[in-house]
Design a binder for this molecule. Structure first.
Ligand code: SAH
Length: 412
């Protein structure tokens, strides 16, 4: 019979005898697990030499000797010679050291499981009877797919210490929520969510997961930040896993840093799963590359709350792309300041409302016309404003426009 056990190889010596394709593949895997690997082969492959020259492994370029196994926790016999593998396997048996025999898994004392990862879970499959690595890998892939599909309840059942996970959920389309973010949500006892981002996926959660919407209170005002911090800390201190589900990326105008401070101050462990920020993804989906070689080589991401900030007009004057969040109200002031500062009145402006959702709408104007055009169109938040040559209508359809010489200041 075979018992499946999880070995902690971190910092432990693993000896791999035979540095051909199989030995190198196993070595890579053990290195990922943090093992100290010694490779033994009189004629190692180029890959093995490369690993040794990078300092990843110790390479002994000679026939294996029994003393090479001194202090080994695990040995892999992966030479092309069955008798050598059998000899190594027999030494290990005498020494009470686990050994994987690559020529005949049945004669070794250990087998390597086909292993997949999902977050902090390792999912392993070994054949109990005759080994069949391809079959084990197929089953492993199926299991990993199933767990990753987001339908498995991954909440912790041991009453452990609570924690907070800040999850960036992207601009709204659930396809733009990372697998890490999706999985974190699956571990949550409590989800504290905003209005923006991929909130649709929260409908799939089991009924006993508490979802607290802090995007809007009954008075239609967002819950104050101090109150959000208090909710996070309170649930975590009660031993719960709390996911703080935020639009875009938590650290891009998301007050994620303040939440981290509040958690740390209360002694609550906090992790972050970055998200795809709307600042870059919403323009991208609207056909706007925020940088383009020869056209815009830098980009300023700022908020409309800063109003007509000199940094914004300065960036525009220098030919950078400016991406503004929360700027629907202040756009007229910003454009007026830019014009006063000598920025080209024909410089394109694009406003993308509710990017990545079914309600996405793109409205185009110029710095001179934006104020009127946006008002006439009834543009409303949430919206991303992009100012710069990359924001021109059809920019990506026109190779000349997309590579032309940089136009800097308006000089008329
Ligand atoms: N942390 C978020 C930004 C939060 S500030 C991020 O990284 O994306 C909120 C602002 O983000 C909104 O006012 C709007 O300017 C922008 N925003 C977020 N999602 C958006 C979307 N789907 N479409 C357009 N703008 C969006």
């Amino acid at each position: 019979m075979t018992s499946l056990v999880g070995l902690d190889l971190a910092g432990r010596r693993v000896v791999v005898v035979g540095a051909g394709a199989v030995g190198v593949r196993r070595t890579r895997r053990f290195l990922e697990d943090g093992a100290r690997v010694v490779l033994v082969d009189p004629d190692p492959s180029d890959d093995a030499r490369r690993m040794a020259s990078h300092g990843d492994v110790d390479l002994l370029e000679r026939q294996v000797a029994e003393t090479d196994l001194d202090d080994a926790w695990l040995v892999v016999a992966a030479t092309a010679d069955d008798t050598v593998n059998a000899r190594v396997s027999a030494w290990c048996e005498d020494r009470r050291t686990w050994c994987v025999n690559a020529s005949d898994a049945r004669t070794g004392s250990a087998r390597v499981a086909a292993t997949g990862r999902h977050g902090d879970l390792a999912i392993g499959v070994v054949g109990v009877e005759a080994p069949d690595p391809r079959r084990a890998a197929t089953v492993r892939d199926a299991l990993v797919r199933h767990v990753s599909a987001g339908q498995v309840d991954l909440r912790r059942h041991r009453p452990g210490h609570g924690r907070v996970v800040l999850v960036g959920s992207g601009p709204g389309d659930p396809d733009l929520l990372t697998t890490g973010g999706r999985e974190a949500v699956r571990t949550a006892d409590v989800v504290v969510t905003d209005r923006l981002g991929a909130t649709g996926i929260l409908d799939e959660l089991p009924d006993d997961v508490l979802v607290v919407d802090v995007g809007k209170s009954p008075t239609n005002h967002p819950v104050p930040q101090e109150e959000i911090n208090r909710i996070l800390v309170e649930h975590a201190l009660a031993g719960r896993t709390v996911v703080r589900f935020k639009g875009g990326d938590p650290y891009v105008f998301g007050r994620g840093g303040e939440e981290v401070h509040a958690c740390r101050a209360a002694g609550v462990e906090v992790e972050i799963v970055p998200g795809i920020t709307s600042a870059f993804s919403v323009p991208a989906l609207a056909g706007i590359p925020v940088t383009q070689r020869g056209v815009a080589t830098s980009v300023l991401v700022t908020s409309g709350h800063a109003g007509a900030d000199p940094a914004t007009t300065g960036a525009l004057a220098a030919g950078a792309t400016v991406v503004l969040l929360m700027a629907v109200t202040s756009l007229p002031d910003i454009c007026a300041a830019a014009l006063a500062d000598g920025v080209d009145p024909d410089l394109p402006v694009a406003v993308v409302e509710r990017g990545s959702t079914a309600h996405e709408r793109v409205t185009r104007a110029t710095v001179a016309t934006a104020s009127t055009v946006m008002a006439d169109a009834g543009v409303r938040p949430p919206a991303i404003v992009v100012i710069g040559r990359v924001a021109a209508e059809g920019f990506l359809d026109d190779p000349v426009c997309a590579t032309g010489p940089s136009r800097r200041r308006h000089d008329g």
